[in-house]
Write a protein that binds this ligand. Structure first.
Ligand code: NAD
Ligand code: TYD
Length: 366
């Protein structure tokens, strides 16, 4: 039934992966990306599909009601997949206001616009899919059972609180107005195109650049990691088979302490430098290029305030209702991710060097 998708935040990490996944799987369907190109948005992540006839990119803000309504009408949108958000916990601690505005008000503008356009008169068939996070459920102790869709909300950071509020608005628009919604709450993602402020790309790049690898607190906080393409497949399944009004938890059943993840990446890069002699001259400052262990860069730093100890997802509902099982093992997913960052230095170099905005202006006039 889905033909014309509006993907918000499609120039961000997961949104871009989703667009590429969707174009490949459903080449006949049309996609419009609406993205404000904040610091985290990068149209270059969509370069592969930029010139496709069924693809349009609109630079704009989800908080701009008239723009959103115009897009829904002009492009005859029947499905919204809503990724756009401020997404980094550390930034939310330093500046919560923007998180509330983008994540709460932005989601509300989308819902209100969808209601106005889709439910007018007799209404039309439609779907509003909201992409959310497992962080809304708060923090688990070491022996607590993982989060189910029934776990009470207990967000601890301004980021997770703003996402929790947006989840509630999505729910309310279904119950009050009959908007056809689904929500997915996913665990930590990793993979290509992730902005290098998040743990895995940050560690990878810092090793290549001989920078300290900052571990917050004791490094024993646990996250449940999912390869980004598996997240995209999960959203696809929810769109195709999910029940309207329902929430689905997506996770990798793959819990790791931060310290072990960092050690794993260090070991992988040491191996890569040993087996690929061209890496030494490309990254001469990296410890691995001088025969030293990447792990020598590990540095324990002051903990993040309110740092959640553990997240873990109970993926039973998705497994039984949707037949969802992640395809990528962590071992293969992290290898792919290391390869992607080694093979796409240009992509991250511009961001890390800070030349990204100037370059964007030249390329895209934005
Ligand atoms: P990201 O920060 O990489 O990308 C966010 C995108 O949204 C950027 O392209 C940005 O330009 C855009 N954006 C921000 N404000 C906007 C606005 N006002 N109008 C239009 N566009 C705007 O984020 P991500 O990691 O790709 O996360 C995408 C979604 O998935 C978020 O809703 C996040 O809460 C959720 N999520 C992320 C993870 C994760 O591990 N990264 C896990 C679970 C859920
Ligand atoms: P992050 O990638 O920011 O995702 P989230 O906070 O949404 O889970 O961080 C993942 C984990 O890694 C989290 O427990 C915080 C920790 N972390 C560090 O120890 N050092 C860092 O430099 C960063 C960015 C994160």
């Amino acid at each position: 039934m889905m033909h014309n998708l509006l993907v918000t935040g499609g120039a961000g990490f997961i949104g871009a992966n989703f667009v590429l996944y969707w174009r490949k799987k459903y080449p006949d369907q049309r996609i419009v990306v609406l993205d404000a190109l904040t610091y985290a948005g990068n149209p270059e992540s969509l370069a592969e599909v930029r010139h496709d006839s069924g693809f349009s990119f609109i630079q704009g803000d989800i908080r701009d009601s008239s723009l959103v309504e115009k897009i829904l009408i002009d492009h005859d949108i029947d499905t919204i997949v809503h990724f756009a958000a401020e997404s980094h916990v550390d930034r939310s601690i330093h500046g919560p206001d923007l998180f509330l505005d983008t994540n709460i008000n932005g989601t509300h503008v989308l819902l209100r616009s969808a209601r106005r356009i889709w439910l007018k008169g007799e209404g039309r068939s439609h779907r509003f899919h909201h992409v959310s996070t497992d962080e809304v459920y708060g923090s688990l102790g070491p022996h607590d059972p993982p989060f189910t869709e029934k776990t009470p909300y207990a967000p601890n950071s301004p980021y997770s609180a703003s996402k929790a509020a947006s989840d509630h608005l999505v729910r309310a628009y279904h119950h009050t107005y009959g908007l056809q919604v689904t929500t997915s709450n996913c665990s930590n993602n990793y993979g290509p195109f992730q902005f290098p402020e998040k743990l895995i790309p940050l560690i990878l790049i810092n090793i290549l650049e001989n920078q300290p690898l900052p571990i917050y607190g004791d490094g024993l906080n646990i996250r449940d990691w999912l390869y980004v393409e598996d997240h995209c497949r999960g959203i696809d399944l929810v769109l195709q088979q999910g029940r309207v009004g329902e929430v689905y938890n997506l996770g990798g059943v793959n819990e790791w302490t931060n310290l072990n993840i960092v050690r794993l990446i260090c070991g992988l890069l040491d191996e890569r430098f040993e087996s690929s002699p061209e890496l030494g001259p490309r990254f001469p400052n990296s410890p691995a290029a001088c025969g030293k262990a990447s792990a020598s860069l590990i540095t324990f730093v002051t903990d993040r305030p309110g740092h959640d100890r553990r997240y873990a997802i109970d993926a039973e509902k998705c497994r039984t209702e949707l037949g969802y099982i992640p395809k990528e093992s962590f071992e293969s997913g992290i290898q792919k991710t290391v390869d992607w960052y080694l093979n796409h230095e240009e992509w991250w170099r511009r961001i890390v060097d800070g030349s990204y905005r100037d370059w964007l202006k030249k390329q895209y006039g934005t």
